[in-house]
Design a protein around this ligand. Structure first.
Ligand code: NAD
Ligand code: MG
Length: 385
């Protein structure tokens, strides 16, 4: 039986690479649903090629265009955020790949867990915002959450059945500003930030990588995926991005997963787990990498990493506040409305201003997200004056 896959965010960086994996293994995987936010032409093109049962465009204004583009095909076409949340529940779906960006991933992921679909989780924001709720639901509904993020996939690939983890070591490339001084960081532009040295990704995660918020989020993601404490998570800067992450066991043994930077591998592993399947593409050539280097991360220059650790220690709705404020400032930075270092300032102020809730419900996350967006947007505007 072919595995039926729903891809949320099929037009993005992860989504398009997931379709490449599926194309390489037509005997193993079939696309059941494709969804996107805005890119209606690409979504229609993908639907024509992969013939899913259902497509959903989140932006309802684009419904007419999509419907017309697929009029000659027997594909169901829906629009809107609610349709996107419902489509994941369809009975035939085996795996839901959450490859959309940001807080928008939370609700459909909750629905998919409740419908007992295996989650291939790329959307780390879901675990950042509501890790406690998501992991509790996953265990209640006995739904596996398999990591797609390369670091977490690496850790997942290193785990041993009967041996507890002593420590997980997350590698970080350090991004394009790894060697920049504080003074240089003051004037960096979005064009510079969008040039990641090793990975080609969507705009939001590329900015998060440059600011190291991405690594802060990955620390939170690791906590929830692997049930470790913040003290058991170490970040090490490794500019070559060859070691994707590591696990240290109780006897001091360290296991690492290595490979060329290529997201198709962790995507495919989440689809094929527990098996491995063939995958085309470049292989690791050690002659090309004669030096692998490691450094400690600098939380003074990359303040977001410290803020993320702070949010992780406080728990409750604090990571949700950091996520929402970060989404606001990244969008503002991409519109040249805030400076690179200004982003951390707004996040820190939002953390102080939004009311703290120790044990949030789903409703509390929704209101925290909305309230934080309002406050952070105000702070951005005040900063511009
Ligand atoms: P992207 O910007 O390239 O693509 C995002 C996709 O989500 C698009 O298909 C878009 O249509 C859809 N989308 C955006 N907003 C939406 C909304 N409100 N409702 C519904 N759909 C929406 O992003 P990406 O780089 O593919 O990243 C996707 C997720 O995967 C992010 O959470 C990111 O952190 C994570 N991730 C990405 C990479 C990578 O290499 N790109 C690596 C690890 C983790
Ligand atoms: Mg990653």
């Amino acid at each position: 039986m072919k595995k039926q896959i729903a891809i949320l965010g099929s037009t993005g960086s992860i989504g398009t690479q997931a379709l490449q994996v599926i194309e390489e293994h037509p005997d193993l995987y079939e696309v059941y649903a494709l969804t996107a936010n805005n890119k209606v032409d690409l979504l229609a093109e993908q639907a024509r090629k992969f013939q899913p049962e259902v497509v959903v465009i989140a932006n309802e204004d684009k419904y007419g265009i999509l419907k017309e583009a697929l009029a000659d095909l027997p594909i169901k076409v829906y629009a809107g955020a609610e349709a996107l949340c419902q489509v994941v529940e369809a009975q035939p779906i085996d795996i839901v790949l959450t490859a959309m960006v940001g807080y928008a991933g939370l609700k459909p992921t909750i629905n998919a867990i409740k419908a007992r679909k295996t989650i291939a989780l790329a959307n780390k924001e879901t675990l950042v915002v509501a890790g406690e709720l998501i992991t509790a639901l996953a265990s209640q509904y006995q739904t596996p959450i398999l990591p797609v993020d390369s670091e977490h996939s690496a850790i997942f690939q290193c785990l041993e059945m009967n041996n507890p983890v002593h420590k997980v070591i997350l590698t970080a490339s350090g991004g394009p500003f790894r060697t920049f001084t504080m003074e240089q960081l003051q004037t960096v532009t979005k064009e510079q930030a969008l040039k990641h040295p090793n990975w080609s990704m969507g705009a939001k995660i590329t900015i998060d990588s440059a600011s190291m918020m991405n690594k802060g989020f990955e620390v939170m993601e690791a906590k929830w995926l692997f049930g470790v404490t913040p003290e058991q998570i170490e970040v090490v800067v490794h500019p070559q991005s060859v070691i994707h992450s590591m696990v240290e066991f109780e006897d001091g043994a360290v296991k690492a997963q290595l490979g060329v930077p290529d997201m198709r591998l962790p995507i495919q592993y989440a689809f094929s787990y527990p098996k491995r399947e063939s995958l085309s593409g470049e292989r690791l050539d050690f002659a090309k990498y004669h030096t692998l280097t490691f450094e400690k991360p600098d939380t003074t220059r990359f303040r977001n990493l410290a803020l993320a650790y702070e949010a992780l220690h406080q728990g409750g709705n604090m990571p949700c506040i950091v996520n929402a404020a970060n989404e606001v400032v990244v969008a503002a930075f991409l519109k040249d409305q805030i400076s690179f270092l200004g982003m951390s300032e707004v996040i820190e102020k939002s953390m102080a201003k939004v009311p703290f809730i120790k044990t949030p419900t789903y409703g509390d996350y929704v209101s925290t997200d909305a309230e934080t967006r309002r406050i952070a947007a105000e702070l951005v505007i005040n900063g511009m004056k």
